[in-house]
Design a protein around this ligand. Structure first.
Ligand code: XMP
Length: 318
């Protein structure tokens, strides 16, 4: 008879016993898992939990500021680190999707390591790993730490990798994580957020990433996502987002011929992201959204809707 409340009680007790008076560092992503893990640890050890929230410059519009505020409002001991420039510099000129992922992953490790170093005598690294991550990473690559290690097998491990690991959610599933979060009073809007990939908008900008492309895609994405919320469609969709395509198309505005970017909107239904169906969004909604995007976002003159299922397509375009 598993209940969220009993899980919280027993996990808080276990963390207290395991960690004692040691300091713990945790990377917050803005997503459900790391947020719930943070609140659980904070309940157990209070100010000894040091949270780091990195802005990689590839988040949704205004997300860094608003989520950071939300974390502070929850009483978490959190430091926001704006590393946007550092990430964009590393991404400059890279077009290959895996090269982009690697650059982002490595930069995250470097930024996090720099920050973890500033916490005196930190002993533990906390992670929001959930049960499906445990299974997946064992079968695929030997665990998330194996992925991190592969990037650092030349110069040795970053120092934070030498920390002991605490993962309070590693035995539970996503729906249970949400229930645990709700029982601790975490905001429903945060708990109900769509999944968002770690490399963020970089893998939704096909080809190379520039600050200007990020800005355009943030505007497009915000119009789409806010529209879903306004029309009560957000919770009917498992994940949604926009892709900035590396092609220009011809359009017309007034008497002028335009030659500007194309964006693709994608919304899918899924349970775990392994398979997915495109969502049959109302035509009226698509029409309104397309008009808003083309009228409001300079540099975009065409909007298309992705009607591909996974498999054989994937959810992201890169
Ligand atoms: P695909 O595109 O493979 O995506 O159908 C399945 C789910 O995984 C997310 N995704 C990622 N998440 N790092 C992440 O943290 C990544 O590199 C990455 N690639 C895809 C995607 O958003 C979807 O939820």
């Amino acid at each position: 008879n598993w209940t969220p409340d009993s899980f919280v009680d027993s996990t808080v007790a276990t963390i207290k016993e395991k960690v004692g008076n040691d300091k713990v560092v945790l990377g917050l992503s803005g997503g459900v898992d790391s947020s719930v893990a943070a609140v659980l640890l904070h309940k157990a050890i209070g100010e000894n939990l040091y949270c780091i929230f990195v802005n990689n410059g590839l988040l949704r519009k205004n997300e860094f500021e608003s989520v950071l505020k939300q974390y502070e409002g929850m009483g978490l001991n959190v430091k926001g680190v704006d590393a946007s420039e550092r990430f964009l510099t590393k991404l400059a000129g890279l077009s290959d999707p895996e090269a982009k992922r690697k650059a982002i992953g490595n930069t995250f490790i470097d930024v996090f390591d720099d920050e973890a170093h500033q916490i005196k005598d930190v002993k533990w690294l906390a992670q929001g790993t959930i049960y499906p991550d445990v299974i997946e990473s064992v079968s695929v690559n030997g665990g998330p730490s194996a992925t991190i290690k592969s990037h650092h097998n030349v110069g040795g491990l970053p120092d934070f990798m030498k920390l002991k690991i605490v993962e309070p959610l590693r035995m539970i599933f996503k729906d249970e994580v949400r229930r645990v979060g709700a029982s601790m009073g975490i905001d429903q809007q945060l708990l109900g957020r769509h999944p968002f990939p770690g490399p963020g908008l970089a893998i939704r900008i096909l080809g190379d990433v520039t600050a200007e492309k990020v800005r355009i895609l943030q505007e497009v994405d915000a119009i789409f996502i806010n529209g879903l919320r306004e029309d009560g469609l957000y919770d009917k969709v498992w994940q949604a987002g926009a892709m900035l395509l590396p092609v220009n198309s011809v359009g017309v505005m007034g008497d002028e011929r335009t030659y500007e970017k194309v964006v693709a909107l994608r919304a899918v239904e899924s349970t775990d992201g392994m398979t997915a169906d495109w969502v049959d969004l109302p035509y009226k909604f698509l029409q309104k959204t397309s008009n808003k995007i083309i009228n409001q976002v300079k540099g975009v003159n065409r909007v298309v809707y992705d009607i591909s299922s996974k498999p054989p397509a994937t959810i992201e375009w890169e």
